[in-house]
Design a protein. Structure first.
Lengths: 254, 270
């Protein structure tokens, strides 16, 4: 056997060739695993990003309303006392898997509307069992209300909120609907739900502003301006004044 | 000092020597089948199979075994010419050498054979019968028709040779025995028995089942190819044993060496 060295070389080449498919197979498997891992993490990342966006959107409408109990309201003189309510927006992490309204905690329904008659701009009158007097009306002590609202596009979800409002007269529900409809460009519904909010509690600045903005958007500009002026006269609302200025200058876009 | 692999290598030198005959289940079956066919009053028996399936060694073995019981002759190498064949045949039949410068009269030979019927029963084993031409085969057939001479014709199994068999023997051959390549178990048994016959126990044990599988794969169970491969394997082992002992494992035949031998013999290619 004199040709052992060439034979050894030949054998090495043979083994390399024989292993080649295995190397290719292993490489393919590794690449597939790597691709799957990257895809998996990317998917998770994208999902997180999506959820984050959704959460941010949700946070915009999420509120924790804290009502201070010891404050009083004198309807005749300080009807729109800003001290009555204090709105705070507190961001809170909310799972948004189910894009419907979740975890609503309302300890007490909001009190009945007491001064609707005084508001001339209201198109509807409702009976109130209490009339405005000179005597200050003490607002009932209210515990903190934690309200978590997640925006939804589901029609049925809106219906649920509407139905709940009719049962509870909760202004959080009606204000939510007013804001949501306004944002969606459904100004007629926005006007209606802002009005419902004003009926229950006429001291909510935001609700009045949505009410007049909706009217303005519906083309009833003079009516919107008149209502806004009346509201400003009663509340001295800074936001109201700014809005009126925009109305007058035709600079309202919103 | 001689390498332990030298003896192993020599075990696998291809031969049809009776001493090298290994009794395997398959070969015992073929042997018994052939012996049984010879006993029958048949005129011609066809033994066929691929080269290296053990036809020659079977003919040789049966010739050796029966030579004291029957008048049996083994023509191991085919005659190049018709004249040479009839010289050999004349000697078998008449037990005399043919006089020089004479030729066999075929008709007289057939008549001579006919006269032998009932007196003698001559068995002629014709190896490598594919080497005989059609005319010669026709004459062999005529001789067998005399019923005093029985031919066992061994053929390679190829398409052309099958054709010869069909054309010249189909209607005359009364028995066909086919030899096939060995199964893995038979081949493993063949290798072990060959080595053990020469008392090479350690080497026989160093060839594991996995190696046998590989050897069978390379040789396709052909005994001649197996002999060639084993010879080359032990040749390589012998080299390493003498020159680079670190490259060899004495307890287990390295697969690398089997593959190297297969490369050398062209069973596999780079």
């Amino acid at each position: 056997m004199y040709d052992i060295k060439p034979l050894e070389e030949q054998w090495k080449r043979y083994k390399r060739k024989q292993r080649k498919p295995w190397y290719l197979f292993s490489f393919t498997v590794v690449m597939l695993i790597a691709a799957s891992t990257i895809f998996y993490f990317n998917k998770t990342f994208l999902l997180e990003k999506f959820l984050q966006n959704d959460l941010n959107e949700s946070k915009k409408i999420e509120k924790v309303i804290t009502r201070k109990s010891d404050e009083t309201l004198v309807p005749s003189s300080i009807f729109f006392d800003k001290a009555i309510t204090q709105l705070q927006t507190v961001p809170k992490n909310i799972p948004t898997d189910d894009k419907t309204i979740v975890n609503r905690e309302v300890s007490q329904p909001v009190g009945p509307y007491e001064s609707a008659q005084d508001v001339s701009v209201l198109e509807e009158s409702i009976d109130s069992d209490k009339s405005y007097g000179t005597q200050p009306v003490k607002v009932k002590d209210r515990p903190k209300i934690h309200l978590e609202i997640v925006e939804t596009s589901s029609v049925s979800a809106y219906k649920d909120v509407e139905n709940r409002f009719y049962q509870s007269h909760d202004i959080d529900d009606s204000l939510f609907l007013a804001k949501s409809y306004y944002r969606q460009g459904k100004y007629q519904q926005a006007e209606f739900w802002a009005l419902q909010t004003n009926k229950v509690n006429p001291a909510i600045d935001e609700s009045w502003l949505i009410f007049v903005k909706a009217k303005y958007k519906l083309g009833r500009k003079s009516e919107a301006t008149n209502v806004l002026k009346t509201y400003i006269n009663k509340s001295n609302s800074k936001e109201g004044k700014k809005l009126l200025e925009k109305f007058n200058n035709d600079g309202f876009i919103d | 000092m001689k390498s332990r692999y030298e003896a192993a290598k020599n075990v696998f030198i291809d031969s049809i020597e009776i001493d090298d005959y290994i009794e395997l289940d398959s070969s015992v079956t073929a042997y018994k089948q052939l012996q049984h066919s010879i006993e029958k009053p048949l005129k011609m028996i066809l033994l066929f199979g691929k080269p290296g399936t053990g036809k020659s060694i079977l003919l040789n073995r049966i010739s050796e075994k029966l030579k004291h019981q029957k008048e049996i002759y083994y023509f191991d190498t085919p005659s190049v010419t018709e004249k040479e064949f009839f010289y050999k045949l004349f000697k078998v039949l008449t037990k005399q050498d043919m006089p020089r410068n004479t030729e066999v009269n075929f008709s007289a030979l057939v008549n001579f054979c006919k006269n032998l019927r009932g007196k003698r029963e001559i068995i002629i084993l014709l190896d490598e019968a594919q080497m005989y031409g059609p005319q010669m085969m026709e004459r062999i057939r005529l001789l067998s028709d005399s019923r005093s001479v029985k031919f066992v014709v061994s053929l390679h199994k190829t398409e052309d040779e099958d054709l010869i068999a069909k054309e010249h023997f189909q209607s005359r051959i009364w028995e066909v025995i086919e030899l096939k390549n060995a199964a893995q178990a038979d081949l493993a048994s063949y290798i072990h028995k060959k080595l053990l016959k020469k008392n090479l126990f350690e080497i026989a044990n160093s060839i594991k089942e996995k190696d046998m599988k590989m050897i069978h794969k390379f040789t396709k169970g052909n005994y001649r190819e197996c002999n060639k491969l084993l010879f080359t394997i032990f040749e390589i082992c012998e080299y390493y044993d003498e020159n680079e002992p670190t490259k060899i494992n004495y307890t287990h035949l390295p697969q690398r060496i089997i593959e190297m031998a297969a490369l050398k013999l062209g069973y596999i290619h780079v």
